[in-house]
Design a protein around this ligand. Structure first.
Ligand SMILES: *Cc1c(COP(=O)(O)O)cnc(C)c1O
Length: 523
């Protein structure tokens, strides 16, 4: 059956799996379908009534556009409905539990949003003269002060725009520091369990990535690490807590060992949420560490907004920090924009302006509304919640590493062996239960990994319901109901997608292929 936009309708299954309900519109109650916006366009339809602009002489030379760019013609209500309908199909942390490990999807308090919209902040322009934005510069300076205090580090580069960008900043500072000593070093050591951005960053900076295996207990193998150390090693990139949700207990020793060979210690601090106010990276011998403001200090991310990845730096790396940075001069706050004074060895600029101002405002609002005691409690509650999930499931799923976890609970797929049900199937069935799936198949060192990060902002009732749903699914898998899982998700706006096909034959540009589609687009 075709719906009114010429597409096959998505049948809605009922609970006995036997009867399917197809509607004429393709809508199911308040779950509304919407065709591609290009399919909705009708030539000549307009959304705004404006005068024809006067002809202009193009100064673009052969860069000038040769033909129409093919935007659809639509009315305002069509556009509005299209995007509102799409937004209602979107899962969000504001709608439900989002246990995506490593991503720290926690509640973004609305006070942050209110402050970020204050007219003096929301209306700023990055090209305003410093004398007119003293308050904004002071805000950046205060946030920098909080970040340095929390981490026990002497300096912070504020401009990196996300965690991965922060890693780039840190490794560029490391490279600049070696070059300043006239040294060319070739390798960066990265544990096997590292976040994928770590080896990518090292490679982008021209280093050879040398992987260090993990021990049976999920921490970096110190002996293997020692064997790889040498005068050509520029540094080590270690995530702590690591991506198995474990604290790297020998971190101080790792720092001493890398310093011994003249290398620097990069710590991936994306998971600072778990140790906030409990551990100061500065006390662990860290030389550079990015902080994902969007994970630790709330602020929306993952489709909800940009991130921000300030990088705290040790005395040794601080002189190489990127420009610009805020300094307090006699006449007020200034922006150091060129290599002089404090910044005379800066490796350069990473970004057009000073960083993600909207994220800075949200992060500072979050810190100030929680206070020092509240920030410390965040780490305690995040770890408590993860362990609550771990204990709630550990008779049905295997934890590959013994003992207490940090902010995320990690399971492998060994208890699913022989059931025909995979980690992916469990994830799809979770969608039917109304949950965003956990992180799957990561970290790579764990077979069929399921990485669950509840964060501190979830209540005990939410966790109990989630644990209940997971137990229900696992029992169903173990009882041999493979067909149920292979058909999942049953109730989502779309059924299971052909992920392999989508990866192998991506369709990145819309062009009507069938006569029927062409007809719909034009009529
Ligand atoms: C999220 C994350 C990153 C990357 O941060 P982005 O802001 O997504 O670039 C790096 N390392 C770890 C451990 C992370 O969890």
């Amino acid at each position: 059956m075709l719906n009114n936009v010429g597409r096959p309708t998505q049948p809605m299954e009922t609970d006995d799996n036997m009867v399917t309900v197809e509607t004429f519109t393709g809508n199911h109650g308040l779950a509304l379908e919407t065709p591609l916006i290009f399919e909705q366009g009708v030539p000549g339809r307009v959304g705004v009534d404006m005068e024809e602009p006067a002809p202009v002489k193009s100064r673009l030379g052969n860069l000038a556009r040769k033909g129409e760019i093919g935007l659809p013609d639509l009315s305002e209500p069509q556009v509005l409905r299209h995007f509102v309908r799409l937004s209602r199909q979107n899962y969000a942390i504001d709608a439900g539990f989002y246990p995506l490990g490593s991503c720290t999807m926690k509640h973004n308090p609305r006070i942050n949003e209110k402050v970020a919209r204050f007219s003096g902040l929301g209306d700023l322009h990055p090209l305003q003269p410093a004398s007119t934005v003293q308050g904004a510069l002071e805000l950046i300076d205060s946030l920098a002060h909080w970040l340095k205090t929390i981490t026990g580090m002497p300096a912070v580069a504020m401009s990196p725009a996300a965690g991965a960008h922060g890693e780039l900043c840190g490794v560029m500072a490391i490279r600049a520091a070696h070059e300043a000593k006239g040294e060319t070093r070739l390798r960066i050591l990265v544990p096997e369990s590292a976040h994928g951005t770590n080896p990518a960053t090292a490679a982008l900076c021209g280093y050879k990535v040398d992987a260090v295996p993990a021990r049976k207990d999920g921490r970096m193998d110190l002996e293997a690490f020692a064997a790889k150390l040498g005068p050509d090693v520029a540094g080590v990139m270690l995530t702590n807590p690591n991506t198995c949700g474990l604290f790297e207990t020998e971190v101080k020793q790792i720092a001493d060992m890398i310093h011994e060979v003249g290398g620097y210690f990069y710590c991936d601090g994306a998971n600072l949420n778990a140790i906030l106010g409990r551990v100061r990276p500065g006390d662990l011998g860290v030389d550079a560490m990015h902080i994902n403001l969007h994970k630790t200090f709330s602020t929306p991310h993952g489709g909800g907004g940009p991130g921000a990845g300030p990088v705290v730096l040790s005395e040794a790396l601080a002189p190489f920090a990127p420009l610009p940075y805020v300094v307090q001069g006699e006449a007020g706050f200034e922006l150091l924009e060129t290599r002089h004074g404090l910044a005379k060895d800066s490796f350069g600029r990473m970004k057009g302006f000073h960083g993600q101002m909207g994220m800075f405002i949200r992060a500072l609002a979050y810190m100030q509304s929680h206070g020092a005691d509240g920030l410390r409690q965040i780490a305690e509650d995040a770890v408590l919640n993860a362990n609550y999930v771990r204990v709630g499931l550990n008779d049905m799923l295997n934890s590959p590493f013994d003992g207490i976890c940090m902010h995320e609970a990690l399971f492998d797929d060994s208890t699913l062996k022989g059931t025909g049900v995979t980690t992916l199937d469990i994830a799809k069935a979770m969608i039917d239960e109304g949950y965003h799936p956990m992180t799957m198949y990561f970290p790579l060192v764990v077979h069929g990994a399921m990485l669950i990060e509840p964060t501190e902002s979830e209540s005990r009732e939410t966790l109990d319901q989630f644990i209940g749903a997971m137990r229900h699914l696992l029992e169903r898998a173990k009882s041999g109901d493979v067909a149920y899982f292979q058909g999942a998700p049953h109730f989502a706006p779309r059924r299971r997608l052909d992920e392999t096909g989508a990866a192998r034959n991506p369709v990145l540009r819309y062009s009507p292929s069938t006569e029927e589609e062409k007809g719909t687009a034009a009529s």
